[in-house]
Design a binder for this molecule. Structure first.
Ligand SMILES: [Zn+2]
Length: 290
C-alpha cells in the first residue's frame, strides 16, 4: 500500500466546521498542534540526518531546517529520547522559549544543552502511579507511562537512560530510549492521543475516546495485537499514521515509506478493530483540523 493512497484530504476537517485545533505532521512521530494561538510540539525531528551521518557521524540539529519550519512553541513534549524524537528538542526549546516535558533522560539532555531548569518538566512516574497532568494554555496534557516497540531482534534499540552528561549527546547510541510516554491531549472538548512508538501499556485505559490518534507505524508487527489493543484502550475515531516515513531523507522531499512497514495489514486490522474509524496519512508538513 502506498501511504499517499490513504492520505487525508489537504486541510481535511475531522468533525465540526469550526475547527479550532490544527495538527501538522513534521515527519517521523513529530507533530505541531495549534489551538487559540498556543503551539505544542511533540517529538519534533526535522533534521533528518542522512543514514551515513546517523550511523557514522556526529548528529547535530539542522539549524536552517529548524529556522524554516519551526516558528513559535509554548511547549515541547518528548515521548522518548531516541535521536529521531529528541535530537532537535534542545535547540527548538532555546529558540522558542518553550517548556519541555519528558522523562529523566529528556531533562538530562536539555540540561546538558544549557536550558534553564525552570523550563524543564520531568513527568516520569512509576507505571502503577497516576499519570502526571499539566496545563499549557488551552491544552490539558496527561503523560501515561508506556513502552517502546521491541523491533530490533525482539529488543528495544538503545535501551537505558541518557546519563548525566556534560556534553550534549552527538552519536545515535548516546540517545538512549529513557522512559516512554503516550500523551493524551485535551483542548476544547477534543482529545488527541500521541503514541510515538508502536507499543502500548494497558494499565491505564484512556478516560475517553480519542478524536484523533497519532499512531507510530514503525515496528508495529513486533508488538503483539497492537491494532486490536490500540482500539480497545483508546477507542479512536480517527487515526493519523506516522513514523512510517524514511527519515534519512530531507524534509523538502516527498515522504516515502521505510521498507517493511506493512501498512496494508495494519490499516485492515485497525479498521476492523476500531469500527468506523477514519484512518489515513498526511504528506510531510500537511495539516488537519479538528
Ligand atoms: Zn524509539
Amino acid at each position: 500500500m502506498r501511504p499517499e493512497s490513504i492520505a487525508f484530504r489537504p486541510d481535511e476537517l475531522l468533525g465540526s466546521r469550526d475547527a479550532r485545533i490544527r495538527v501538522r505532521w513534521l515527519g517521523t512521530a513529530g507533530f505541531e498542534i495549534t489551538c487559540d494561538d498556543h503551539v505544542l510540539l511533540i517529538d519534533p525531528y526535522l533534521t533528518r540526518a542522512s543514514l551515513a551521518r546517523t550511523a557514522f557521524g556526529r548528529l547535530t540539529p539542522d539549524l536552517d531546517v529548524l529556522a524554516r519550519h519551526i516558528g513559535r512553541a509554548d511547549a515541547i513534549i518528548v515521548g522518548h529520547t531516541h535521536f529521531d524524537h529528541a535530537l532537535d528538542v534542545p535547540v527548538i526549546a532555546k529558540k522558542t522559549g518553550a517548556l519541555v516535558f519528558g522523562s529523566r533522560s529528556a531533562v538530562k539532555l536539555c540540561r546538558a544543552a544549557g536550558l534553564p531548569e525552570e523550563r524543564l518538566r520531568m513527568v516520569e512516574r512509576a507505571p502503577s502511579t497516576e499519570p502526571i497532568v499539566a496545563e499549557v494554555g488551552p491544552f490539558r496534557l496527561r503523560f501515561v507511562p508506556s513502552a517502546h516497540s521491541r523491533f530490533a531482534l525482539g529488543r528495544v534499540p538503545f535501551p537505558g537512560e541518557i546519563d548525566d552528561c556534560d556534553a550534549v549527546p552527538v552519536r545515535v547510541d548516546h540517545f538512549r530510549c529513557g522512559a516512554v510516554f503516550r500523551v493524551e491531549i485535551e483542548a476544547h472538548g477534543r482529545t488527541i492521543v500521541h503514541v510515538g512508538s508502536a507499543e502500548l501499556t494497558e494499565v491505564a485505559k484512556a478516560p475517553r475516546e480519542a478524536d484523533l490518534l497519532l499512531l507510530c507505524v514503525a515496528g508495529w508487527r513486533s508488538s503483539r495485537d497492537l491494532p486490536e489493543r490500540v482500539a480497545r484502550v483508546l477507542s479512536p475515531r480517527a487515526v493519523l499514521l506516522s513514523h512510517w516515513d524514511d527519515f534519512f531523507v530531507p524534509l523538502d522531499r516527498p515522504a516515502r515509506a521505510l521498507p517493511a512497514m506493512a501498512m496494508e495489514p495494519l490499516v485492515e486490522r485497525l479498521a476492523r478493530a476500531a469500527r468506523d474509524a477514519r484512518i489515513g496519512t498526511l504528506p510531510l508538513l500537511g495539516e488537519l483540523g479538528l
